[in-house]
Structures are given as C-alpha cells and as structure tokens.
Design a protein around this ligand. Structure first.
Ligand code: KIV
Ligand code: ZN
Length: 431
C-alpha cells in the first residue's frame, strides 16, 4: 500500500489474469466468471486490469465489455494487434468504461517478423506507430507492447519505441515473451533502452515476463530496479505455457524485503489468498501445493524441528504471517516427521489434554498411523485418542454437548465427524 508520506516509488500492478492467464489451456472463463474475478481484482487493488482480446472472439468481446462496465476504479485494458480492425474492435468493447486503456502490440524480433508476420522491420514500425496514433484519437491511455522485445535487435527496438512515443503511447511494455532472459540481462536491457530513447521520461516503462525458465518474478524485480514502474503479472502466475510472473510473489517480495527493494504497490495483501482461491474455483485448476504465498503448503509445517520452532516463535520458519496474505492460519500438518510438541499443541487445540504418559502413547499411535497414511488429520487424532481412552470413536447416541464458550469442549463428546480435517482448516483448492 502507498500510505500517505510513503516516499517509495509506486509500482503499478497490471493484472493480465483475464487475458494472458485466460489464454492458457484449461483457464477459459465465461462472462459472469470474468466479472466475478474482475470485481475481486478490484478489491485486491490492481491498478490496471487487462480484460481480454476483443477481436479474438465474440465471447472475448462481450467479456471485456462486461468487465469494463462492472468495475470503475481500476483502469481496464483491452488488447489489440497493431491493425485497424483490432484497434477499432477493442475501442468498441471499452465503450462506457470509466478508465479505458487501449493496449496494442506487434512483434519486433526478426524471428517473429520474418517467420510469423512476414513483414519487414520498416513495415512493423509503421504499423505500430499507426495503431498507437489511431487509438490516441479515442482514448488518452494507450499502451504499446513490442512482442518478443528481449530477443529483438536493440537499435531497431529503440527506433520502434521512439516512434510509438512520438505517436502518443503513454506506456511502453517490453515483454520477455518466451521467458528467455536472465535478471542481469533484463536489468541491462531496460537500462539501455531507457537511456537511448528520446522522450523515455515521458512514458511509463513496463515489464511482462514469462516463466519458461522459472525466472519471471526475478526478471520483473530486475526490471523494477532498472526503472520500470509497471509490472504485468497474474494471480497464481497463470498464463501462456509456464505462465506469467506471479502477482503475489512480486508484491510480497516488495513487502517482505523493502531493505533491498524499496518500492510500494497498491495491492491489499489481505486479499491475495481469496483472489487465488477464486481463480482456482472458477477454472478448476488447482495451485501446486508448494507454490509460494498461496500454495496449500506455503505456511504448513510437518517436520518436528520446524513445528517445535514455530510453536516457540513463528519467525523461526515463517518470513511473513499467513494472515497478512489472507491465509487464515498456519497449518500444523501431523505426519511421520512431526514431534511431540506439535502433537500436544494440536491436541490442545482440539480440547484434548493428555497426561505425559498418555501423550507418549498417543504419539506412538500417531506415528504408526502416519506411516500408513501420509497425513494424520484432526479426526484421526480424535479417533486415536478415543481408542486409547476406550471411548468409541463412532457417533454417540446422545447429542454432542458443547462446552460453554471459552471452555474447552469435553473430549468424550467430540465425534470424529465434528472435527474439520487439517486441509479444511483454510488452505488449498476445494476449501
Ligand atoms: O507475452 C507477450 O509478449 C504478450 C504481449 C501481447 C503483451 O502477452
Ligand atoms: Zn504474455
């Protein structure tokens, strides 16, 4: 957040979950789903929200139109190739939008020009400037992207960027389209382009990094250090192929390491987890368990030494608080690596207070069970305890008597089905 008096440079977060993210196999969304996600992205605090590529299909057109009408605070961008028909269609989709941005692009690498577009460098430069000028006749906010910028000839790229700025572009985005660059290359690349382009100070430079080598976030951070003030990214890092730079990883890196990266964003961190969960719910595509910030295991601790440390002082194994990103609480996963300390803490949370010798017995039973099944859920623990105390784990004939508020529930009254499984305690897909 950029609090009053915060002198750190502000990085605009351009979210392209609904465009680059939605282009990925398995991630397509219907209009109502796009609107739901757009509303969430608004709550998340993104500055710019790319809603789609209107010329691509009727669905894309109506999706952009619906999103443009549904949100008022963020800028809504629509993508268009650098051809008249695309620009006109995107402008039409943005009609009625409170804060429209036309985002036009053309590839600038020789590989794309000769093998994909069959155009000369001169023709592409002319098309880029023409599309920007056409858009500027209708909207004040025009972004130009040079697709495959990082594999383009630098002298030619300088000429293209100079031409689009002259034509009225307000943001210049230089994508690492195939995720080929390394962070030091990205830093040098943006530093060189910004130094060589006349009028560079009049526009916002932007990075759009793909994750083919797993470097998208590192490259985006390098771009910020080289003067980019807009970063294009997606929730959960979704996007074409290996995806785009992950919004939550960039934002939390800036928050956790202001000593190294003194930059602010307008993102509300407490909305990160629910945005991630909503995307999962809408697309049915689960986040990998160990995904930074939003994965099921991002704040889960199973190893005994770690659980012991966390219980004594959570800073031993957590560099950010789960609740800061909207994750309800740290998960203690009981498994074969867990220690007695974690078992005791879990028991206490469930209202079970074993004596010392009972804890040892319960621990042995828990480890034996963990050897058979990977994770020991709360309901398993209750069953083990019930067996130990010779109380049947099955549903009692009489209703459960709840303890008065504030008091621990009576253990004998707990049924296995009354206790949420560990993964239902606030993590991961399906919760
Ligand atoms: O990866 C890319 O180059 C893009 C542009 C269209 C911005 O997505
Ligand atoms: Zn992209």
């Amino acid at each position: 957040m950029h609090a009053e008096g915060d002198v750190r440079p502000r990085i605009a977060i351009f979210d392209t979950t609904l465009r680059d993210g939605e282009q990925a196999p398995g991630f397509s969304m219907r209009e109502a789903e796009k609107v739901r996600l757009a509303v969430k992205l608004d709550e998340l605090g993104v500055d710019i929200l790319e809603a789609g590529f209107p010329i691509a299909s009727e669905d894309d057109f109506s999706g952009v139109r619906a999103v443009a009408k549904a949100v008022r605070r963020p800028v809504v961008a629509a993508l268009a190739r650098a051809v008249d028909a695309d620009v006109d269609r995107a402008l039409e989709a943005l009609d009625g939008c409170a804060r429209p941005r036309l985002h036009t692009f053309i590839a600038t690498s020789d590989l794309h020009l000769s093998h994909k577009l069959h155009m000369s460098r001169g023709q592409a430069l002319e098309a880029a400037a023409r599309a920007v000028a056409r858009a500027r006749r209708h909207v004040d906010d025009v972004e130009f992207s040079a697709e495959d910028a990082t594999r383009s000839d630098v002298d030619y790229l300088v000429a293209v960027v100079t031409a689009v700025i002259q034509a009225g572009a307000t943001t210049v985005n230089l994508p690492d389209t195939v995720g080929y660059s390394t962070p030091d290359e990205i830093y040098k690349f943006f530093t060189a382009i910004r130094a060589r382009v006349p009028g560079a100070e009049r526009v916002v430079f932007s990075a759009h990094c793909h994750n083919d080598l797993g470097l998208a976030v590192a490259n985006s951070l390098a771009a910020i250090e080289a003067g980019c003030r807009q970063i294009e990214c997606t929730v959960n890092g979704v996007g074409e192929r290996a995806g785009n730079a992950s919004l939550e990883e960039i934002v939390m890196t800036l928050r956790v390491r202001p000593d190294k990266l003194p930059f602010a964003t307008g993102i509300v961190p407490g909305q990160i987890y629910s945005a991630s969960q909503l995307l999962t719910e809408l697309t049915g595509e689960a986040v990998q368990a160990n995904k930074a910030i939003v994965g099921r295991n991002a704040f889960a601790h199973e190893a005994g030494i770690h659980q012991d440390g966390i219980l004594k002082d959570r800073r031993t194994y957590e560099i950010m608080r789960p609740e800061d990103v909207g994750v309800p609480k740290t998960t203690m996963v009981l498994g074969k690596h867990s220690g007695r300390h974690a078992l005791k803490a879990r028991c206490e949370a469930l209202g079970i207070v074993p004596a010392r010798h009972e804890l040892d017995d319960l621990y042995r039973r828990m480890i034996a069970l963990a050897d058979r099944q990977k994770v020991v859920h709360d309901r398993d623990l209750v069953s083990l305890w019930s067996a130990m105390k010779r109380v049947p784990a099955a549903r009692p004939a009489h209703p459960v008597h709840h303890a008065p508020s504030g008091a621990r529930p009576a253990v004998a009254a707990l049924r296995a089905e009354d206790v949420p499984a560990a993964e239902e305690a606030g993590y991961g897909y399906g919760v």
